[in-house]
Structures are given as structure tokens and as C-alpha cells.
Design a protein around this ligand. Structure first.
Ligand code: HEC
Length: 102
């Protein structure tokens, strides 16, 4: 059996489970799926451990920081590049979601 098969099956299951969950119940809170992209460096829902803790900061300051990083005015190259991948609406959704985490 090719070695990639188990992970391909797992990926297929994961995505169909996510779709199933999305169809079955309420949609996840706005920003939550986007924020899962930040977990590897800022912890689940921005609660650490990791780099700067994001959970519970004000939505405005998170948004402003992300916009400054997107514009290359703040942060190191890593966050600048990461911030560039999001639209304005996505940054607001991220900031709003993370600000509600405790
Ligand atoms: C690959 C690692 C990595 C990922 C993924 C990542 N970050 Fe960061 N982030 C950093 C590092 C390192 C810093 C601190 C250095 C800096 O400011 O650039 C930082 C800093 C920040 C800051 C500034 C916090 C402060 O108090 O100044 C914000 C806001 C932020 N990240 C938001 C996010 C969001 C939102 C995501 C997901 C969309 C994300 N980051 C994904 C590594 C990451």
C-alpha cells in the first residue's frame, strides 16, 4: 500500500467531517476557522503558549496591529507575510473572534 494513503484518507475524513458539522448545526463563530491558522504560533484561539498572546486583546488593537503588519510597518517579516494573506474583512473577523476569547 502506498505510504501516503493513510494520510489521504485521514484528510478526506477530516474535510467531510468538517463539512458534515457545518451542515448539521450552527455555523462556527465568525473568525474561528481563520483563527485556526494562528494556533501553531499563538496557541489555540490565541491563548498561548507561543508568541504574543492574542486572546482577549481589544478587537481594535488587534485589527490595527494586523493592518500595520500587513503594510510592513510593524512586526518581523514572518507576521508581515502572514498578515498579507487576509482581506480587510477577514482581519476584522479574526480580530473580533480573538478579542472575545478569555
Ligand atoms: C509562523 C508563526 C506565526 C503564525 C502562524 C502567526 N503569527 Fe502572529 N506573530 C508571530 C510572531 C513571531 C509575532 C511577534 C513578532 C512580530 O510582531 O512580528 C507575532 C505577533 C502577532 C501580533 C502582534 C501582537 C502584539 O501584542 O504585538 C498579532 C496581532 C498577531 N501576531 C496576530 C496573528 C494572527 C491573527 C494570526 C493568524 C491569522 C497569526 N498571528 C499567525 C508568529 C506567527
Amino acid at each position: 500500500m502506498p505510504r501516503f494513503l493513510p494520510s489521504a484518507l485521514l484528510a478526506a475524513c477530516l474535510s467531510s467531517c468538517l463539512i458534515g458539522a457545518a451542515l448539521a448545526g450552527e455555523p462556527p463563530p465568525s473568525g474561528r476557522l481563520l483563527a485556526s491558522n494562528c494556533a501553531q504560533c499563538h496557541g489555540t484561539n490565541g491563548k498561548g503558549p507561543g508568541f504574543d498572546r492574542l486572546a482577549g486583546k481589544s478587537a481594535n488593537s488587534l485589527y490595527e496591529e494586523l493592518k500595520e503588519m500587513q503594510a510592513g510597518k510593524e512586526g518581523d517579516g514572518l507576521m508581515q507575510r502572514h498578515a498579507m494573506g487576509y482581506s480587510d474583512a477577514q482581519l476584522r473577523a479574526l480580530a473580533g473572534y480573538l478579542s472575545k476569547q478569555r
